[in-house]
Design a protein around this ligand. Structure first.
Ligand code: NDP
Ligand code: 2IT
Length: 451
């Protein structure tokens, strides 16, 4: 098969990237998706191509790798590895979450940090891209063990971050509890009370609506996508994966908008509730997941609904699908099942949850598909608003923050339409998000000269 000039350029670019970053599969996957979107644009706008901007953007500014030793409740000394990938600060201080999960590797954090640069740019707020985390498994650990781990991690991390340098937040395995322990330790070490982390508690500088922001934002984005097709969320059946921070508030906002959500999941399996996870059931589910840190199988037992052990929710019939758990959780087979059941639109709550085959099958079938760097940007957007409130030493009302969140999600949608309209009347949200996110960062780098 002969390849087009664009494909040749992408393949040559990817060959170099893979050679420079051997074995980093998630990072290769994230960069390839961006390179495929950008290459036609770069070839048309030669100033970026000639300046090798994409190659420069795929090399992180720096990566900090460090040991975290801590003592468990039995008195055993445990060792984990932690990272902070400071990817690109061209348009603002590094900004992005910390992930605690046993499958965290440098490749995973580089893919997340790379995507974060585009996502943060799309919010139009002054935030660069970064990501961090540790190969630490919070499951089954006591609160005191989590505290000791977070404090030990911050003993090293504090010298690399700051409110104008790098501002971490939460991600998988890092929520309000972990942010509180890390913020408390930073404050002790630096003797400064500043907005160095976001997702803080409301009594010490947190923003209203940050907890809800990612999940709500995904639904606001879906609302915009459907409106562009003359459709609406009310009356639709939705399938959601995950049952963590993003999934729970995605379900909540879908309920507000009159959809019926028939699934939730965790790494153990999926619950299928054909009657819908209504407000009362969601309150129970939040208690299970946020307070008791229990398993989703308990929902099935409690409400007498089906539990599909070890399986994702994608074979459940739905109009709208929201993958909100983790990367590569929706593959080609899953996409075909969704298409077979007549899915209309997919919005990613997680980062890169749909693999390459999955995206191919969904888009081939004409399903409206939007990538996480656009759809889940509401979380980091409200983190940006938390930084603004901290800097101003004020606190906005929930209505004010929610209004700004809705405006930002609409503006991200507008950028996707502007850069992703392929002339056929359909919007390619992947191209739109990648090109829209790229331009601002690239223009800043060009202005700085050879950097
Ligand atoms: P949480 O830790 O709150 O929840 C994660 C959920 O995903 C849990 O239900 C978890 O199940 C499930 N999950 C995690 N890893 C796996 C796995 N390997 N296989 C199957 N299920 C898994 O994380 P968040 O809700 O914060 O994050 C979810 C996704 O959203 C991530 O991709 C994250 O990067 C992305 N995101 C988060 C933002 C935020 O503000 N928090 C912002 C933007 C994106 P279990 O408990 O069994 O592990
Ligand atoms: O992936 C993400 O955008 C996040 N985990 C949120 C980052 C942030 O700084 O709020």
């Amino acid at each position: 098969m002969t390849s087009s000039p664009v494909e040749k350029e992408v393949n040559a670019f990817m060959k170099g990237l893979v050679r420079r970053n051997p074995g980093e599969e998630e990072f290769h996957q994230a960069v390839r998706e961006v390179a495929e979107s950008l290459m036609p644009f770069l070839l048309e706008h030669r100033q970026y191509y000639d300046a090798n901007i994409l190659e420069r953007m795929t090399e992180p500014d720096r990566v900090v790798i460090f040991r975290v030793c801590w003592e468990d409740d039995q008195g055993c000394i445990r060792t984990n590895r932690a990272w902070r990938v400071q990817f690109n600060n061209s348009i603002g201080p590094y900004k992005g979450g910390m992930r605690f999960h046993p499958n965290v590797t440098l490749s995973v954090l580089k893919f997340l940090g790379f995507e974060q640069c585009f996502k943060n740019s799309l919010t139009q707020l002054p935030m660069g891209g970064g990501k961090g985390g540790a190969n630490f498994n919070p499951k089954g650990k006591s609160d005191r063990e989590i505290m000791r781990f977070c404090q030990s991690l911050m003993i090293e991390l504090h010298r690399h971050i700051g409110e104008d340098t790098d501002v971490p937040a939460g991600d998988i395995g890092v929520g309000a509890r972990e942010i509180s322990y890390m913020f408390g330790q930073y404050k002790r070490l630096e003797n400064r009370f500043v907005g160095v982390l976001t997702g803080k508690g409301l009594s010490f500088g947190g923003s209203l609506v940050r907890t809800e922001a990612t999940g709500y934002g995904v639904v606001y984005f879906m609302q915009n996508m459907l409106a562009a097709r003359g459709e609406q969320i009310a009356g639709k059946t939705a399938v959601v994966s995950g049952s963590g921070n993003v999934a729970l508030y995605c379900i909540e906002k879908l309920n507000h908008f009159g959809a019926k959500v028939v699934s939730a999941s965790d790494s153990g399996g999926t619950v299928y509730d054909p009657g819908g996870i209504d407000t009362d059931k969601l309150a129970w589910l939040k208690q299970l997941k946020e307070a008791r840190r229990g398993r989703i199988s308990e929902y099935a037992e409690h409400f007498g609904v089906e539990y599909r052990e070890g399986r994702p929710p994608w074979s459940i019939p739905c109009d709208l699908a929201f993958p909100c758990a983790t990367q590569n959780e929706l593959n080609g087979e899953d996409a075909l099942a969704l298409v077979g059941n007549g899915v209309m639109a997919v919005a990613e709550g997680a980062n890169m949850p749909t693999d390459r085959d999955g995206i191919h099958h969904l888009t081939e079938a004409g399903v409206t598909f939007a990538p996480g760097k656009a759809t889940n940007a509401g979380g980091v957007a409200v983190s940006g608003l938390e930084q603004s409130q901290n800097a101003l030493r004020i606190a906005w009302s929930a209505d004010e923050v929610d209004r700004r969140l809705q405006e930002i999600m609409k503006s991200i949608h507008d950028q996707c339409v502007r850069f992703g309209d392929d002339g056929s009347g359909r919007v390619n949200y992947i191209d739109g998000a990648n090109i829209g996110g790229f331009v601002k960062v690239a223009d800043a780098m060009m202005a700085y000269g050879v950097v």
